[in-house]
Design a protein. Structure first.
Length: 488
Protein backbone atom coordinates (compact mmCIF):
# COMPACT_ATOMS: atom_id res chain seq x y z
CA UNK A 1 0.00 0.00 0.00
CA UNK A 2 1.14 3.57 -0.68
CA UNK A 3 0.72 6.30 1.92
CA UNK A 4 1.45 10.02 1.51
CA UNK A 5 2.83 11.78 4.59
CA UNK A 6 2.67 15.58 4.61
CA UNK A 7 5.07 16.62 7.37
CA UNK A 8 5.20 20.33 8.16
CA UNK A 9 7.69 21.84 10.58
CA UNK A 10 8.14 25.39 11.78
CA UNK A 11 10.84 26.12 9.17
CA UNK A 12 10.28 23.59 6.36
CA UNK A 13 7.90 21.02 4.95
CA UNK A 14 8.23 17.75 3.09
CA UNK A 15 6.03 15.22 1.35
CA UNK A 16 6.97 11.57 1.55
CA UNK A 17 5.51 8.57 -0.24
CA UNK A 18 5.84 5.28 1.62
CA UNK A 19 5.15 1.74 0.46
CA UNK A 20 4.51 -1.09 2.93
CA UNK A 21 4.58 -4.58 1.44
CA UNK A 22 5.19 -7.92 3.19
CA UNK A 23 6.85 -6.29 6.21
CA UNK A 24 9.11 -4.12 4.06
CA UNK A 25 8.95 -0.35 4.35
CA UNK A 26 10.34 1.98 1.71
CA UNK A 27 10.08 5.77 1.61
CA UNK A 28 10.75 8.44 -0.96
CA UNK A 29 10.84 12.18 -0.26
CA UNK A 30 9.06 13.64 -3.28
CA UNK A 31 9.06 17.29 -2.26
CA UNK A 32 10.78 19.62 0.19
CA UNK A 33 9.98 23.29 0.59
CA UNK A 34 10.82 26.15 2.98
CA UNK A 35 8.24 27.41 5.43
CA UNK A 36 8.59 31.08 6.36
CA UNK A 37 7.40 33.07 9.33
CA UNK A 38 5.84 36.35 8.19
CA UNK A 39 6.25 39.48 10.31
CA UNK A 40 3.66 42.16 9.57
CA UNK A 41 2.57 45.06 11.74
CA UNK A 42 2.73 44.00 15.38
CA UNK A 43 2.31 40.29 14.76
CA UNK A 44 3.91 37.17 13.27
CA UNK A 45 1.90 34.88 10.98
CA UNK A 46 1.96 31.63 9.00
CA UNK A 47 0.86 31.69 5.35
CA UNK A 48 -1.61 28.81 5.35
CA UNK A 49 -2.47 29.39 1.70
CA UNK A 50 1.19 29.01 0.72
CA UNK A 51 1.26 25.72 2.65
CA UNK A 52 -1.90 24.58 0.87
CA UNK A 53 -0.33 25.55 -2.48
CA UNK A 54 2.79 23.47 -1.71
CA UNK A 55 0.64 20.50 -0.68
CA UNK A 56 -1.45 20.67 -3.85
CA UNK A 57 1.69 21.02 -5.95
CA UNK A 58 3.27 18.02 -4.23
CA UNK A 59 0.16 15.87 -4.65
CA UNK A 60 -0.02 16.84 -8.33
CA UNK A 61 3.58 15.70 -8.84
CA UNK A 62 2.78 12.36 -7.18
CA UNK A 63 -0.22 11.86 -9.46
CA UNK A 64 1.90 12.64 -12.53
CA UNK A 65 4.27 9.84 -11.49
CA UNK A 66 1.38 7.41 -11.69
CA UNK A 67 1.47 6.61 -7.97
CA UNK A 68 -1.85 5.30 -6.65
CA UNK A 69 -2.20 6.67 -3.15
CA UNK A 70 -4.18 4.69 -0.59
CA UNK A 71 -4.23 7.45 2.04
CA UNK A 72 -2.91 10.89 3.03
CA UNK A 73 -2.02 12.26 6.47
CA UNK A 74 -0.86 15.65 7.73
CA UNK A 75 1.18 16.50 10.83
CA UNK A 76 2.44 19.93 11.91
CA UNK A 77 3.99 21.75 14.84
CA UNK A 78 1.69 22.30 17.83
CA UNK A 79 -0.48 25.03 19.38
CA UNK A 80 -1.28 27.23 16.35
CA UNK A 81 -4.78 27.43 14.88
CA UNK A 82 -7.04 28.91 12.20
CA UNK A 83 -10.34 30.78 12.66
CA UNK A 84 -13.22 29.92 10.30
CA UNK A 85 -16.63 31.51 9.69
CA UNK A 86 -19.26 30.53 7.13
CA UNK A 87 -16.88 27.80 5.96
CA UNK A 88 -14.13 30.28 5.10
CA UNK A 89 -10.76 31.15 6.65
CA UNK A 90 -11.23 34.65 8.07
CA UNK A 91 -7.70 35.42 9.23
CA UNK A 92 -4.14 34.38 8.55
CA UNK A 93 -3.11 32.26 11.57
CA UNK A 94 -0.72 33.79 14.05
CA UNK A 95 2.53 32.08 14.97
CA UNK A 96 3.39 30.78 18.41
CA UNK A 97 6.39 33.14 18.25
CA UNK A 98 4.08 36.18 18.11
CA UNK A 99 5.35 38.66 20.69
CA UNK A 100 1.81 39.57 21.82
CA UNK A 101 1.44 36.06 23.23
CA UNK A 102 4.53 36.48 25.41
CA UNK A 103 2.92 39.34 27.34
CA UNK A 104 -0.53 37.76 27.57
CA UNK A 105 0.70 34.76 29.57
CA UNK A 106 1.57 36.84 32.62
CA UNK A 107 -1.70 38.75 32.34
CA UNK A 108 -3.71 35.51 32.24
CA UNK A 109 -1.87 33.97 35.20
CA UNK A 110 -2.20 37.17 37.23
CA UNK A 111 -5.78 38.19 36.44
CA UNK A 112 -7.61 35.06 35.26
CA UNK A 113 -6.29 31.80 36.70
CA UNK A 114 -3.24 30.99 38.80
CA UNK A 115 -0.30 29.09 37.37
CA UNK A 116 -0.82 26.16 39.77
CA UNK A 117 -4.58 25.89 39.14
CA UNK A 118 -4.08 25.94 35.38
CA UNK A 119 -1.41 23.24 35.56
CA UNK A 120 -3.47 21.06 37.92
CA UNK A 121 -6.37 21.12 35.44
CA UNK A 122 -4.46 20.67 32.19
CA UNK A 123 -1.18 19.01 33.15
CA UNK A 124 0.45 21.18 30.47
CA UNK A 125 3.67 23.08 31.06
CA UNK A 126 3.28 26.81 31.48
CA UNK A 127 5.01 28.34 28.47
CA UNK A 128 4.16 31.53 26.65
CA UNK A 129 3.59 29.93 23.24
CA UNK A 130 0.60 27.79 24.32
CA UNK A 131 -2.70 28.19 22.48
CA UNK A 132 -4.47 29.38 25.61
CA UNK A 133 -2.25 32.46 25.81
CA UNK A 134 -2.60 33.17 22.10
CA UNK A 135 -6.38 33.12 22.53
CA UNK A 136 -6.15 35.32 25.60
CA UNK A 137 -4.01 37.84 23.70
CA UNK A 138 -6.53 37.93 20.85
CA UNK A 139 -9.38 38.38 23.33
CA UNK A 140 -7.62 41.30 25.01
CA UNK A 141 -7.24 42.92 21.59
CA UNK A 142 -10.89 42.18 20.72
CA UNK A 143 -9.50 40.45 17.63
CA UNK A 144 -11.94 40.39 14.71
CA UNK A 145 -11.22 36.78 13.69
CA UNK A 146 -11.66 35.37 17.18
CA UNK A 147 -14.80 37.44 17.79
CA UNK A 148 -16.43 36.02 14.64
CA UNK A 149 -14.95 32.51 14.69
CA UNK A 150 -17.52 29.77 14.23
CA UNK A 151 -14.79 27.13 14.12
CA UNK A 152 -11.28 27.05 15.52
CA UNK A 153 -9.15 24.37 13.86
CA UNK A 154 -5.58 23.48 14.78
CA UNK A 155 -3.12 23.61 11.88
CA UNK A 156 -3.18 19.95 10.69
CA UNK A 157 -6.96 19.85 11.08
CA UNK A 158 -7.32 23.10 9.12
CA UNK A 159 -5.22 21.77 6.24
CA UNK A 160 -7.14 18.48 6.27
CA UNK A 161 -10.35 20.53 6.14
CA UNK A 162 -9.00 22.36 3.08
CA UNK A 163 -8.50 18.97 1.41
CA UNK A 164 -11.72 17.25 2.50
CA UNK A 165 -14.22 19.86 3.65
CA UNK A 166 -14.55 17.94 6.94
CA UNK A 167 -13.65 19.60 10.26
CA UNK A 168 -12.28 17.53 13.13
CA UNK A 169 -10.19 18.12 16.24
CA UNK A 170 -7.50 15.45 16.43
CA UNK A 171 -6.63 14.63 20.03
CA UNK A 172 -2.82 14.86 20.04
CA UNK A 173 -2.74 18.30 18.45
CA UNK A 174 -5.55 19.54 20.71
CA UNK A 175 -3.60 18.33 23.73
CA UNK A 176 -0.85 20.90 23.04
CA UNK A 177 -3.29 23.79 23.51
CA UNK A 178 -3.62 23.77 27.32
CA UNK A 179 -7.39 23.72 26.84
CA UNK A 180 -7.96 20.05 27.73
CA UNK A 181 -8.44 18.39 31.10
CA UNK A 182 -5.57 16.02 31.83
CA UNK A 183 -7.82 13.46 33.50
CA UNK A 184 -10.78 13.10 31.15
CA UNK A 185 -8.90 14.20 27.96
CA UNK A 186 -11.73 16.56 26.94
CA UNK A 187 -11.98 20.34 26.61
CA UNK A 188 -12.16 21.77 30.11
CA UNK A 189 -15.25 23.95 30.54
CA UNK A 190 -13.63 26.12 33.26
CA UNK A 191 -10.71 26.97 30.98
CA UNK A 192 -12.90 27.61 27.93
CA UNK A 193 -15.13 29.91 29.97
CA UNK A 194 -12.15 32.13 30.84
CA UNK A 195 -11.67 32.68 27.10
CA UNK A 196 -15.33 33.12 26.22
CA UNK A 197 -15.25 29.98 24.04
CA UNK A 198 -17.49 26.93 23.65
CA UNK A 199 -16.50 23.34 22.96
CA UNK A 200 -18.65 23.22 19.83
CA UNK A 201 -16.43 25.88 18.24
CA UNK A 202 -13.81 23.17 17.79
CA UNK A 203 -14.19 20.23 15.40
CA UNK A 204 -15.43 16.89 16.68
CA UNK A 205 -12.71 15.24 18.76
CA UNK A 206 -11.15 12.19 17.10
CA UNK A 207 -8.35 9.82 18.07
CA UNK A 208 -5.28 9.44 15.83
CA UNK A 209 -5.90 6.80 13.18
CA UNK A 210 -9.39 8.09 12.27
CA UNK A 211 -10.36 8.62 8.63
CA UNK A 212 -11.53 12.24 8.33
CA UNK A 213 -12.98 12.11 4.82
CA UNK A 214 -11.88 12.00 1.20
CA UNK A 215 -10.34 14.53 -1.16
CA UNK A 216 -12.96 16.94 -2.47
CA UNK A 217 -13.80 17.03 -6.16
CA UNK A 218 -11.95 20.36 -6.42
CA UNK A 219 -8.76 18.89 -4.93
CA UNK A 220 -9.07 15.83 -7.16
CA UNK A 221 -9.23 18.11 -10.20
CA UNK A 222 -6.28 20.21 -9.00
CA UNK A 223 -4.06 17.21 -8.27
CA UNK A 224 -5.17 14.42 -10.59
CA UNK A 225 -5.61 12.05 -7.64
CA UNK A 226 -8.78 10.05 -6.97
CA UNK A 227 -10.99 10.40 -3.88
CA UNK A 228 -8.15 9.33 -1.58
CA UNK A 229 -9.04 9.08 2.15
CA UNK A 230 -7.37 11.61 4.46
CA UNK A 231 -6.46 10.23 7.87
CA UNK A 232 -6.24 12.13 11.15
CA UNK A 233 -2.78 10.86 12.05
CA UNK A 234 -1.12 11.94 15.28
CA UNK A 235 -1.41 15.53 14.07
CA UNK A 236 1.19 16.96 16.42
CA UNK A 237 4.55 16.26 14.83
CA UNK A 238 6.10 15.11 18.10
CA UNK A 239 3.24 12.67 18.67
CA UNK A 240 3.87 11.24 15.21
CA UNK A 241 7.60 11.05 15.91
CA UNK A 242 7.09 9.21 19.20
CA UNK A 243 4.74 6.78 17.47
CA UNK A 244 7.69 5.75 15.29
CA UNK A 245 10.39 5.35 17.95
CA UNK A 246 11.95 1.94 17.13
CA UNK A 247 11.77 0.77 20.76
CA UNK A 248 11.19 -2.86 21.75
CA UNK A 249 9.57 -2.14 25.15
CA UNK A 250 8.29 0.72 27.28
CA UNK A 251 11.55 1.34 29.14
CA UNK A 252 12.81 4.13 26.93
CA UNK A 253 12.98 7.90 26.82
CA UNK A 254 12.90 9.82 23.56
CA UNK A 255 14.44 13.04 22.38
CA UNK A 256 12.80 14.52 19.32
CA UNK A 257 15.61 16.76 18.12
CA UNK A 258 14.94 19.62 15.73
CA UNK A 259 14.19 23.33 16.00
CA UNK A 260 12.72 22.31 19.33
CA UNK A 261 14.04 19.45 21.42
CA UNK A 262 11.37 17.46 23.21
CA UNK A 263 12.46 14.86 25.74
CA UNK A 264 9.99 12.54 27.39
CA UNK A 265 8.61 9.11 28.16
CA UNK A 266 5.44 7.39 27.02
CA UNK A 267 3.16 6.72 29.99
CA UNK A 268 -0.26 5.06 30.35
CA UNK A 269 -1.73 8.18 31.99
CA UNK A 270 -0.95 11.80 32.80
CA UNK A 271 1.47 12.56 35.63
CA UNK A 272 0.29 15.70 37.42
CA UNK A 273 2.13 16.25 40.70
CA UNK A 274 3.90 18.94 42.68
CA UNK A 275 7.20 17.69 41.24
CA UNK A 276 6.03 17.82 37.63
CA UNK A 277 4.56 21.28 38.27
CA UNK A 278 7.77 22.62 39.78
CA UNK A 279 9.75 21.28 36.83
CA UNK A 280 7.13 22.48 34.34
CA UNK A 281 6.85 19.08 32.62
CA UNK A 282 3.94 18.63 30.25
CA UNK A 283 1.39 15.88 29.56
CA UNK A 284 0.41 15.72 25.89
CA UNK A 285 -1.68 13.19 24.04
CA UNK A 286 -0.14 10.10 22.50
CA UNK A 287 -1.46 7.25 20.39
CA UNK A 288 -3.61 4.40 21.73
CA UNK A 289 -4.61 6.38 24.81
CA UNK A 290 -1.05 7.01 26.02
CA UNK A 291 0.39 10.24 27.37
CA UNK A 292 3.61 11.90 26.25
CA UNK A 293 5.14 13.07 29.52
CA UNK A 294 7.76 15.46 28.21
CA UNK A 295 9.72 18.65 28.53
CA UNK A 296 10.22 21.24 25.80
CA UNK A 297 13.85 22.31 25.38
CA UNK A 298 14.93 25.08 23.05
CA UNK A 299 16.89 22.82 20.66
CA UNK A 300 18.40 23.72 17.30
CA UNK A 301 16.66 27.11 17.32
CA UNK A 302 19.75 28.58 18.98
CA UNK A 303 22.11 27.19 16.35
CA UNK A 304 19.80 28.02 13.43
CA UNK A 305 19.43 31.64 14.51
CA UNK A 306 23.17 32.09 15.07
CA UNK A 307 23.90 30.55 11.68
CA UNK A 308 21.65 33.13 10.02
CA UNK A 309 23.87 35.89 11.44
CA UNK A 310 27.23 34.47 10.37
CA UNK A 311 29.09 35.52 7.18
CA UNK A 312 28.24 33.82 3.89
CA UNK A 313 31.45 31.79 3.90
CA UNK A 314 30.51 30.27 7.29
CA UNK A 315 26.91 29.56 6.27
CA UNK A 316 28.28 27.84 3.17
CA UNK A 317 29.95 25.22 5.37
CA UNK A 318 28.09 22.00 5.99
CA UNK A 319 26.80 21.13 9.46
CA UNK A 320 29.40 18.37 9.75
CA UNK A 321 32.22 20.85 9.07
CA UNK A 322 30.93 23.21 11.75
CA UNK A 323 30.66 20.34 14.24
CA UNK A 324 34.26 19.32 13.48
CA UNK A 325 35.40 22.89 14.10
CA UNK A 326 33.40 22.99 17.36
CA UNK A 327 35.02 19.76 18.56
CA UNK A 328 38.39 21.46 18.33
CA UNK A 329 37.38 24.25 20.71
CA UNK A 330 37.83 24.33 24.48
CA UNK A 331 35.17 22.25 26.24
CA UNK A 332 32.71 24.08 28.54
CA UNK A 333 34.40 27.44 28.03
CA UNK A 334 30.96 29.05 27.97
CA UNK A 335 27.77 27.38 29.27
CA UNK A 336 24.24 28.71 28.90
CA UNK A 337 20.74 27.62 29.85
CA UNK A 338 19.17 26.97 26.42
CA UNK A 339 15.72 27.61 27.90
CA UNK A 340 16.46 31.04 29.32
CA UNK A 341 13.75 33.54 28.30
CA UNK A 342 16.35 35.74 26.61
CA UNK A 343 16.72 33.14 23.83
CA UNK A 344 13.00 32.88 22.97
CA UNK A 345 12.87 35.51 20.20
CA UNK A 346 15.87 37.88 20.37
CA UNK A 347 16.70 40.33 17.58
CA UNK A 348 20.20 38.83 17.60
CA UNK A 349 20.86 35.34 18.99
CA UNK A 350 24.63 35.82 19.06
CA UNK A 351 24.19 39.00 21.09
CA UNK A 352 21.75 37.25 23.45
CA UNK A 353 24.30 34.47 24.08
CA UNK A 354 27.09 37.00 24.66
CA UNK A 355 24.92 38.94 27.13
CA UNK A 356 24.04 35.74 29.01
CA UNK A 357 27.72 34.87 29.36
CA UNK A 358 28.55 38.37 30.57
CA UNK A 359 25.78 38.24 33.18
CA UNK A 360 27.03 34.88 34.45
CA UNK A 361 30.70 35.99 34.48
CA UNK A 362 31.92 33.71 31.70
CA UNK A 363 34.04 34.33 28.61
CA UNK A 364 31.91 35.10 25.59
CA UNK A 365 32.05 33.07 22.35
CA UNK A 366 34.00 34.92 19.66
CA UNK A 367 33.91 32.59 16.64
CA UNK A 368 31.20 30.43 15.01
CA UNK A 369 33.01 27.32 16.26
CA UNK A 370 32.93 28.63 19.84
CA UNK A 371 29.24 29.46 19.52
CA UNK A 372 28.56 25.91 18.29
CA UNK A 373 30.57 24.39 21.13
CA UNK A 374 28.74 26.55 23.67
CA UNK A 375 25.29 25.71 22.26
CA UNK A 376 25.73 21.96 21.87
CA UNK A 377 27.58 21.36 25.14
CA UNK A 378 24.88 23.36 26.92
CA UNK A 379 22.10 21.43 25.20
CA UNK A 380 23.67 18.12 26.26
CA UNK A 381 23.86 19.32 29.87
CA UNK A 382 20.24 20.50 29.78
CA UNK A 383 19.28 17.09 28.37
CA UNK A 384 20.94 15.45 31.36
CA UNK A 385 18.96 17.59 33.80
CA UNK A 386 15.64 16.73 32.15
CA UNK A 387 16.59 13.06 31.69
CA UNK A 388 17.18 12.74 35.43
CA UNK A 389 13.79 14.32 36.15
CA UNK A 390 12.09 11.85 33.82
CA UNK A 391 13.82 8.84 35.37
CA UNK A 392 12.68 10.03 38.78
CA UNK A 393 9.02 10.48 37.79
CA UNK A 394 8.47 7.69 35.22
CA UNK A 395 6.43 4.69 36.46
CA UNK A 396 9.07 2.31 35.06
CA UNK A 397 12.88 2.18 34.78
CA UNK A 398 14.41 4.02 31.82
CA UNK A 399 17.56 2.51 30.33
CA UNK A 400 17.75 3.86 26.75
CA UNK A 401 17.44 7.26 25.09
CA UNK A 402 16.20 7.28 21.48
CA UNK A 403 17.13 10.43 19.56
CA UNK A 404 14.88 10.98 16.56
CA UNK A 405 14.34 13.71 13.97
CA UNK A 406 16.82 15.85 12.06
CA UNK A 407 19.04 16.24 15.10
CA UNK A 408 19.70 12.49 15.12
CA UNK A 409 22.24 13.16 12.34
CA UNK A 410 24.32 15.42 14.59
CA UNK A 411 26.95 12.94 15.70
CA UNK A 412 28.74 15.49 17.89
CA UNK A 413 25.61 16.33 19.88
CA UNK A 414 24.53 12.68 20.06
CA UNK A 415 27.84 11.65 21.62
CA UNK A 416 27.76 14.64 23.97
CA UNK A 417 24.24 13.62 25.03
CA UNK A 418 25.38 10.06 25.77
CA UNK A 419 28.32 11.45 27.74
CA UNK A 420 26.18 13.90 29.71
CA UNK A 421 23.27 11.55 30.52
CA UNK A 422 25.30 8.36 30.99
CA UNK A 423 22.68 6.54 28.91
CA UNK A 424 22.97 4.39 25.81
CA UNK A 425 21.82 6.60 22.94
CA UNK A 426 20.16 5.15 19.84
CA UNK A 427 20.07 7.81 17.10
CA UNK A 428 17.59 7.61 14.26
CA UNK A 429 15.58 7.50 12.18
CA UNK A 430 15.83 11.05 10.90
CA UNK A 431 12.37 11.09 9.32
CA UNK A 432 10.66 9.70 12.43
CA UNK A 433 7.81 12.22 12.25
CA UNK A 434 6.92 11.20 8.71
CA UNK A 435 7.27 7.51 9.61
CA UNK A 436 4.86 7.93 12.51
CA UNK A 437 2.48 9.75 10.20
CA UNK A 438 2.72 6.84 7.76
CA UNK A 439 2.25 4.22 10.47
CA UNK A 440 -0.95 5.88 11.70
CA UNK A 441 -2.28 5.80 8.15
CA UNK A 442 -1.40 2.11 8.00
CA UNK A 443 -3.17 1.65 11.34
CA UNK A 444 -6.31 3.38 10.02
CA UNK A 445 -6.35 1.06 6.99
CA UNK A 446 -5.74 -2.09 9.04
CA UNK A 447 -2.18 -2.79 7.83
CA UNK A 448 -0.87 -2.77 11.44
CA UNK A 449 -2.90 -3.36 14.58
CA UNK A 450 -1.11 -1.50 17.41
CA UNK A 451 1.82 0.76 18.26
CA UNK A 452 4.23 -2.08 19.06
CA UNK A 453 3.58 -3.69 15.70
CA UNK A 454 4.26 -0.31 14.12
CA UNK A 455 7.52 0.03 16.02
CA UNK A 456 8.65 -3.50 15.20
CA UNK A 457 8.11 -2.83 11.52
CA UNK A 458 10.21 0.34 11.73
CA UNK A 459 12.93 -1.33 13.81
CA UNK A 460 13.15 -4.13 11.27
CA UNK A 461 13.66 -1.64 8.45
CA UNK A 462 15.82 1.08 10.06
CA UNK A 463 19.17 0.64 11.82
CA UNK A 464 19.82 3.33 14.50
CA UNK A 465 23.36 4.50 15.30
CA UNK A 466 24.47 3.57 18.81
CA UNK A 467 26.43 5.95 21.09
CA UNK A 468 27.87 4.81 24.41
CA UNK A 469 28.79 7.28 27.21
CA UNK A 470 32.41 8.38 27.72
CA UNK A 471 34.36 10.72 29.99
CA UNK A 472 31.95 10.43 32.93
CA UNK A 473 34.07 12.40 35.42
CA UNK A 474 34.56 15.33 33.03
CA UNK A 475 30.85 15.57 32.26
CA UNK A 476 29.85 15.18 35.90
CA UNK A 477 31.98 18.22 36.80
CA UNK A 478 30.57 20.16 33.85
CA UNK A 479 27.03 19.35 34.99
CA UNK A 480 27.75 20.69 38.48
CA UNK A 481 28.96 23.93 36.90
CA UNK A 482 25.89 24.04 34.63
CA UNK A 483 23.59 23.85 37.65
CA UNK A 484 25.51 26.64 39.40
CA UNK A 485 25.29 28.88 36.32
CA UNK A 486 21.57 28.43 35.67
CA UNK A 487 20.77 29.02 39.36
CA UNK A 488 22.30 32.49 39.01
Amino acid sequence: MSHIAIDLGATSGRIIVADINNGKLSTNVTKRFPHHLIHYGKHSYWDIFALYHEIISGLRDIAKQGIKADSIGIDTWGVDFVCLAENHIISTPRSYRDLATFNSMEDYLKNVMSRKELYDITGIQIINLNTIFQLHAMRLEDDFALRHAEKILFMPDALSWMLTGESVCEFTIASTSQLLNAKDRKFDQRVLKTLGLREEQFGRMVEPGTIIGRLTEEVQQLTGLSDVPVVAVAGHDTASAVAAVPARNEQFAYLSSGTWSLMGVETPHAIVSDESYERNITNEGGIEGTTRFLKNICGMWLYEQCRNEWPDEVRALGHADLMKMAAGEEAFRSIINPDDDSFAAPKSMTEAIRNYCIKTHQPTPETPAQYCRCIFDSLALRYRQVFEWLKELAPFPVDTLHIIGGGSLNGYLNQATANATGAIVQAGPQECTALGNIMMQAYALGVVSNRWEMRRLIADNVEPVKYEPKDKTVWDKAFERFLEIIEK
